[in-house]
Design a protein around this ligand. Sequence first.
Ligand code: KIV
Ligand code: ZN
Length: 397
Amino acid sequence: MTVTTPVSQRPADRVVIFDTTLRDGEQSPGASMNLEEKLRIALTLEEMGVDVIEAGFPIASNGDFECVREIGRVVKTSVVAGLSRAARMDIDRAAEALQYAERRRIHTFISTSPLHMKYKLQMQPDAVVQAIADSVGHARTLVDDVEWSAEDGSRTEPDFLCRCVETAIKAGATTINIPDTVGYAVPEEYGALIRMVIERVPNSDKAVFSVHCHNDLGLAVANSLAGVANGARQVECTINGLGERAGNAALEEIVMALRTRHDAMPYTTGVRTEHITRASRLVSTITGFTVQPNKAIVGTNAFAHESGIHQDGMLKHAGTYEIMTPESVGLNRSTLVMGKHSGRAAFRAKLKELGYEEMGDNAVNDAFRRFKDLADRKKDVFDEDIVALVDDEVGRQ
Ligand code: KIV
Ligand code: ZN
């Protein structure tokens, strides 16, 4: 049986990072991954210091079962989780898939909102409560670490949500997750919901409260952080924000927000942030989902500067336009992109970088004029363009 750190022994400010790239992320249409690819991602997540890796949904297919089993076999330090519905067969299959995992978790869920109970489950509320007691209780006979999720939790009637959470804790759940399944919540409201549940439910200190936010309104990260500010100590997220529809909360944004703004949000994670860029590129290459250039933290423009004023500031002090260092996310350095907005100072720095250290002021000024003309005509000015332009300039003299 798995032994996990008792809730009472965790530092109060420590946020557990639960990565679900391999489960919810993979549910993104077109993002399915094979065993070898999932193993590579799982090992990268482990190296990065992710606390919990949700490796798949074992009952969903034999392929998913095998992925969870093999990830459980190779991952040593992170907890490996398998998802299951609130059914004995699902839970048994998840436990079987996790048989080799040194640290294992069964994650079981059921919908609790009126809409889901009526149309999707076609179950009465009392039957849902009974299913929670049965599923969590059964999972606890198989593993010590059981997470229970209230699917569509943010649209669940508050009294009923508290009743469900109380039932799950009584049955032995060690983590309670309140998902914003359809990305409907707004931060203040979602934070208040998390606080209300923690305050109202008896013995809520026996479980870690978790947030799991989807990005349909672009609020997944903001909602997750609001949850943390209101008592949640686990965040469920994915690399590059991969996930169903508009995706899940992006791991890199959660972790870097907590690191960069520790003054405003005094919580820590165990993630070694220098691995973020590598993990992002790996997930993007494997899934074929390119990361948008202006994506926070991992977009190609996240540490690039083109405007002359910004480039000049950057050359004087990086803090003028960067709130975190590129090295902190595993990038070598920021880039000064040469384009029509670039100024003379950046152009001079670029010439130096390209080996033209000895050019006199007149030659630099002429080359700069010609560079600006070129930048007006050409969207991207590459190093080779500048080399050609300067060599031409030198040849004229
Ligand atoms: O979004 C959701 O509600 C889920 C649950 C299965 C946790 O992914
Ligand atoms: Zn989800």
